[in-house]
Design a protein around this ligand. Structure first.
Ligand SMILES: [Zn+2]
Length: 131
């Protein structure tokens, strides 16, 4: 039991949450959506106070980063977005953003407070790029 607790403690060291980040506001100018929080590898930046839901959402992204050796997350994320934006003609829109496979998982599960505890590795693979 003691071991389980210390393992959970170790796991919860990352991602690191940074609140009241100005950088997020500037990144929003480059994005099709207003960014409230963003996960950059092991660090989550948030414009203000971070809620439990956002914390879960960004921690799901952090797990996805780990599963794809960080660079894979960025490549797949961009591929999905550009595929929707250009090939499926969604434009640089919120719809294109929401159909990114990593976002599909995060939005589907960020209200489930038990999800991260029982999440299977590579769970995002069951989400498909929409037409
Ligand atoms: Zn997200």
């Amino acid at each position: 039991m003691g071991q389980t607790l210390s393992m959970e403690k170790q796991m919860s060291k990352f991602p690191l949450f940074v609140e009241n980040s100005k950088l997020v506001k500037y990144l929003s100018y480059l994005s099709p959506i207003e960014i409230w929080a963003i996960t950059l590898g092991p660090i989550v930046l948030c414009r203000g106070r971070i809620s439990q839901r956002v914390r879960r959402h960004e921690t799901i992204h952090y797990q996805q980063y780990l599963e794809t050796f960080f660079i894979g997350f960025i490549l797949i994320y961009l591929y999905d977005f550009l595929y929707q934006a250009i090939i499926n003609r969604k434009g640089f829109s919120k719809e294109a953003y929401l159909s990114i496979r990593f976002e599909q998982e995060a939005y589907a599960k960020d209200e489930d407070f038990l999800y991260l505890r029982f999440r299977k590795k590579y769970a995002w693979l069951k989400y498909k790029l929409r037409e």
